[in-house]
Design a protein around this ligand. Structure first.
Ligand code: ATP
Ligand code: MG
Length: 754
């Protein structure tokens, strides 16, 4: 049962607000998401049918969490409720209604960025556009931008002005034709086509407007134009739209998000009730102060006062590392320390970074030290070759017209069916307007096909027909995948390959089978009821559901906070989440803010908001670090500390973690000229040019150990130093105590020289 007493008065108002538009504009950690959850529970308790409620969140993970929260508040009363991301809600709508759009059918597949790029490249080839002159990725991202603005190829061509755009125009046109021909949607189509569906079919729109009488949207500041249009269409009739967001956390401008959508809400809905939440429940005072201090430097923002009743907490700890390895070592060492001293668990920690490339070194360090971690960065797992191969098989079985997937599997494993055979097949299928999988059944009629290709092709066609039948009959995706692996020879091929990569591939496939197994298990539980023409029908999601889930899953969505592992992710993926202890690495000019954004005030402001998001993920402790020298993308860089750092007041910044015992240096302060990082310094220790930004503890006296030296440790007893990495106080000493090697940090080991 939910209790309104668990909310503050303004939150309560938001939850109890019944009819009409409602805007909640509030800072990080003020309970926006909690209000949404309670509001859903409250609506249901007031007798609103959950079937009439649509809640939109930013990631599948957030959706799952919200669904669980609501269920825990209202129990089975919540059945029928839609908690979805924009994409998953739209896919669900399109699965039922896409027939209204000419050229598409319900078995459509969803192309990911790799598939999209393949299509763009093939368009460019046909149009004789040189990939060296026009980067396919740049073209793809222009197409994507256009779609996010709901521009069709025709709209786009009307607006195309410069030479590049004119080239994009021709690609966009052909690209879209190919997608339709393959019965495929790309990610942006999912939203765009739903908007088109509603605009062109008022009766369908009316049906959904009547269904979704209450609409709630989290993270509204990150909606793009297409999403905005969609929500407004749905909410137009009943106007029961509740949106929550924070303009200071708008961080998806690069994907077409427009913060105006939230700022102009009152213009769109003049009768809107507007509420502001000002109390932060998540973070300590220090953390909140740091976050506020940073974001304040953005000029164009709605001023907010965010305060907290939480305790002051620990100051923010910073570390100037020599290089990225030293930074990673520091993080690992801090984690161990907090585990030991505060009894923390691995899943209390999150390591956040600006770019994915920063994770590798930290990963390596964690692996070496046996720190379990989970990494959430893009679609890594699903981008792997073998996973894409298997998925391609599943997709072509599901949608026999999918030429991209067909092209991928035709000769995998090798069947002696090469490029030219493929081209002839595709030409034939296109000419005959036949699904490609059916076209190959007619191998004997395909013109110019080499005789020696016919036999293997017919064998392949036969095999695929059998698998197709199985795909229809077999409800377990796991079984289907196992059959594919076996009957196509894919697995044997992999087993036969003795390279180390092949081994990793086998592991990935095993991991994939655990994904399918998990799905099958859930599918058993969640046999859901779907409304088909007004009738409820029980449907097992099966293969279609699985492919949908995979297409929509961002890696972040597999995040399970219950797992005992440190979480590593980009700041973008950390949105909406919270962790007791947060590390933010790479606080350097050129990294964060990124070099691209440093010269452009608009981009810089977005980076600063990103920094605000990062800091406000932390509940209790925050560690910031900066490397004086960093190797990234194969180049060594010497960066200055991030300007965002310098915006944090020095009173709440320390270079010595308060959980560490005081050392000699603390008892006997060093002369002011070298105490660059001391907490008493009035100027930020990071300020370049005014102060030495070197790490003062690096050259602390009395810590110059030598290999071979005999030492004594309070707990481990007598030992011998066998290796030293690094220098001074942060050096890592390998010491043998009674036959066992221990790795210790010079500064904290407090070894006595014998
Ligand atoms: P973000 O902007 O990062 O998405 P948010 O505004 O959505 O943050 P929530 O995640 O809803 O904030 O809440 C932050 C934390 O504060 C959560 O742990 C939540 O349970 C807690 N919280 C929110 N409101 C209250 C309250 N009235 N009493 C106690 N705890 C609260
Ligand atoms: Mg939230």
């Amino acid at each position: 049962m939910y209790r309104l007493e668990d909310l503050n008065p303004v939150q309560c108002q938001a939850v109890e607000h019944r009819e009409g538009p409602l805007l909640i504009l509030a800072g990080a950690g003020s309970g926006k998401t909690r209000v949404l959850t309670y509001r859903i529970a409250h609506l249901i308790a007031q007798g609103i049918d959950p079937w009439n409620i649509l809640a939109i969140t930013f990631t599948n993970k957030a959706a799952q969490e919200m669904r669980e929260r609501v269920y825990s508040l209202v129990g089975s009363e919540g059945r029928g409720l839609w908690v979805a991301t924009f994409h998953s809600a739209c896919v669900r709508i399109l699965r039922n209604e896409i027939g209204y759009l000419p050229g598409y059918s319900r078995s459509f597949v969803i192309y990911d960025s790799g598939d999209q790029l393949a299509v763009v490249k093939s368009c460019m080839k046909e149009l004789a556009l040189d990939e060296k002159k026009f980067a396919p990725r740049a073209i793809l991202s222009t197409i994507s931008d256009a779609k996010n603005k709901l521009q069709t190829p025709d709209d786009f061509s009307r607006r195309a002005t410069d030479y590049f755009e004119q080239k994009v125009e021709s690609v966009y046109n052909l690209y879209q034709k190919k997608l339709i021909g393959n019965n495929a949607l790309d990610f942006d189509d999912i939203i765009m086509l739903t908007v088109r569906l509603f605009r062109e079919n008022p009766e369908v729109l009316a049906q959904y407007q009547d269904k979704f009488r209450y609409i709630l949207v989290d993270e509204y500041q990150d909606t793009n134009h297409a999403q905005y249009a969609l929500i407004n269409l749905l909410a137009k009739k009943y106007r029961n739209l509740c949106v929550v967001g924070d303009d200071d956390q708008s961080i998806y401008m690069f994907r077409g998000a427009d913060v105006k959508n939230i700022l102009d809400f009152e213009r769109d809905y003049p009768e809107a009730k507007v509420l502001k939440l000002e109390q932060n429940y998540r973070s300590t005072k220090s953390i909140l102060q740091a976050a506020n201090a940073v974001v304040q430097n953005n000029t164009e923002r709605k001023e907010k006062s965010l305060w907290t009743d939480n305790e002051d907490g620990q100051p923010i700890v910073y570390y100037v590392s020599e290089n990225e390895h030293d930074e990673a070592r520091y993080m690992a060492e801090r984690i161990q320390r907090l585990l030991n001293v505060e009894g923390r668990r691995f899943n209390d920690f999150a390591v956040l970074y600006r770019t994915n490339a920063q994770s590798r070194v930290v990963e390596e360090r964690f692996m070496r030290e046996g720190i379990p971690y989970r990494i959430f960065s893009g679609l890594k797992f699903y981008e792997r070759m073998e996973i894409k191969d298997i998925l391609a098989y599943l997709r072509i079985l599901h949608n026999p017209a999918d030429q991209v997937s067909f092209s991928r599997v035709l000769n995998v494993p090798k069947r002696g069916l090469g490029e030219s055979t493929l081209e002839k097949i595709l030409d034939y299928a296109t000419e005959q307007e036949m699904p490609v999988l059916d076209a190959i059944m007619e191998a004997n009629y395909i013109p110019e096909l080499q005789t020696r290709a016919k036999k293997p092709l017919l064998a392949f066609a036969q095999l695929m027909q059998e698998l197709k039948t199985l795909a229809v009959e077999e409800s377990s995706v796991t079984r289907l995948v196992e059959e594919i692996l076996k009957r196509t020879g894919y697995w044997d091929n992999l087993i036969g390959d003795k390279s180390p990569e092949a081994e990793a591939r086998q592991e990935n496939i095993r991991e994939f089978l655990s994904v399918t197994a998990e799905y099958d298990e859930k599918a058993d539980q969640y046999e859901e009821t779907v409304e088909v023409e007004g009738m409820e029908e029980a449907v097992r999601p099966g293969l279609a559901g699985f492919l949908e889930q995979v297409s929509l899953v961002a890696q972040i969505d597999t995040l399970d906070q219950g797992d005992e592992a440190v979480v590593m992710m980009t700041i973008h993926s950390a949105k909406g989440l919270e962790f007791p202890v947060v590390f933010i690495g790479g606080m350097e000019e050129g990294i964060f803010p990124s070099s691209r954004s440093m010269l452009d005030p608009v981009l810089l402001a977005e980076e600063r908001r990103l920094c605000y998001v990062a800091i406000t993920r932390a509940r209790e402790r925050l560690y910031l670090s900066y490397a004086q020298q960093r190797m990234l993308y194969g180049r060594t860089q010497y960066n200055r500390p991030s300007e965002f750092f310098q915006e944090i007041p020095t009173q709440i910044l320390v270079d010595r973690d308060p959980i560490d015992p005081p050392t000699k240096r603390m008892q006997k302060p060093r002369p002011a000229t070298v105490s660059a990082g001391s907490t008493t310094s009035e100027v930020s220790p990071w300020r370049v040019g005014e102060r030495n930004i070197g790490n003062p503890i690096m050259d602390a006296p009395g810590l110059d150990y030598k290999v071979g030296e005999k030492v004594e440790h309070a707990k481990f007893g007598k030992g011998v130093i066998v290796a030293i990495k690094g220098e001074g106080s942060s050096a890592e000493l390998s010491v043998v105590f009674g036959g066992e090697i221990k790795k210790l940090i010079a500064e904290y080991a407090k070894l006595m020289k014998l």
